[in-house]
Design a protein. Sequence first.
Length: 74
Amino acid sequence: MSFWEILIPILTLVVGLVLGFLGGVFYLRNQMTKMQNNPDMLAKMAKQMGYNMNKQQLQKAQQMMKNQNFKPRK
């Protein structure tokens, strides 16, 4: 086996993991930002997790998310 037959798969794996992680972080931040502005989306996520939240709880959750500041970096 040559040096390149070993290096290329390892390098490809590392690059794929890094890009996948960064893509996941970008997607999650984007979704959190959307949920701050859309109470229906937040309610849907809560329902998928098995929680039934009333309007007061949804408003409190939205306020907490806004305070966490999930805005994308510039």
